[in-house]
Design a protein around this ligand. Structure first.
Ligand SMILES: *Cc1c(COP(=O)(O)O)cnc(C)c1O
Length: 227
């Protein structure tokens, strides 16, 4: 049995320490608890410990868990690969999508976002290490995509997200995060108003926080290793 409550307290302390090391306040960093493959019971345990933001990678699994957890103030973030034929349920049931990497998906999400709901918060996923097997838009194409997404009426473009190649060394881990931060800063200088850098996971959250992460997506450190 994984001790979610204990893990959750530990990671909160570690995030506060990483924030202090970076000269930032812990309140500037939002913890997204990544619950993919974990049961609703584990999510409810984190919820009871005070966690509200949850991340899911798979549409069907996410929808089932949203229904099973059934807490009105839980905030659901979609962080997986999104296929065009699944955008509707994501637009209906999630408050955030971190993985927009093409205009077609963004347009569908905007059209399908129910009118009774607020705008859907989105981040553009950037393939920050230019890896062949990774999703995300190329760094050189972010500006055009961001400009187009910002025009969509039912979306609110919040920022950029990345999932860099795995690196063990802390200083090495910082590099791709620094590049993502520089990208957002440059877009903001040219008129965009983004406030979110979704970057850092269990193995590299401290480096991401050092480079300005505003959302860290943590699974393993809270819920234990996935099957
Ligand atoms: C699974 C996943 C995470 C969490 O990873 P951990 O290493 O378990 O913290 C974060 N972001 C994305 C996009 C993921 O798919």
């Amino acid at each position: 049995m994984i001790k979610v409550t204990e893990n959750f307290r530990k990671i909160r302390d570690l995030l506060a320490k990483a924030a202090a090391d970076a000269g930032r306040s812990a309140g500037q960093i939002r913890l997204l608890a990544v619950s993919k493959t974990k049961p609703a019971a584990a999510v409810l345990e984190a919820y009871a410990a005070g966690q509200r933001d949850f991340g899911e990678n798979f549409v069907h699994e996410g929808l089932e868990k949203i229904a099973a957890v059934d807490r009105a103030d839980a905030i659901w973030h979609f962080i997986g690969r999104l296929q065009a034929n699944k955008t509707r349920s994501v637009a209906q049931h999630f408050l955030w999508v971190h993985t927009v990497d093409r205009l077609k998906i963004a347009r569908r999400l905007s059209v399908q976002r129910p009118c009774h709901a607020g705008a859907l918060n989105v981040c553009i996923e950037v393939n920050i290490d230019a890896e062949d097997n990774k999703s995300g838009v190329a760094a050189a194409e972010v500006a055009d995509l961001a400009a187009a997404v910002a025009e969509l009426p039912r979306l609110r473009l919040r920022g950029l997200m990345c999932l860099p190649a795995i690196r063990d060394d802390f200083e090495e881990q910082r590099r791709p995060f620094a590049r993502l931060r520089a990208l957002m800063e440059s877009l903001n200088r040219s008129g965009m108003q983004m406030d979110t850098l979704s970057m850092g996971m269990t193995a590299d959250y401290a480096a991401a926080i050092m480079e300005g992460a505003t959302i860290v997506r943590v699974g393993t450190a809270i819920f234990g290793a996935r099957e």
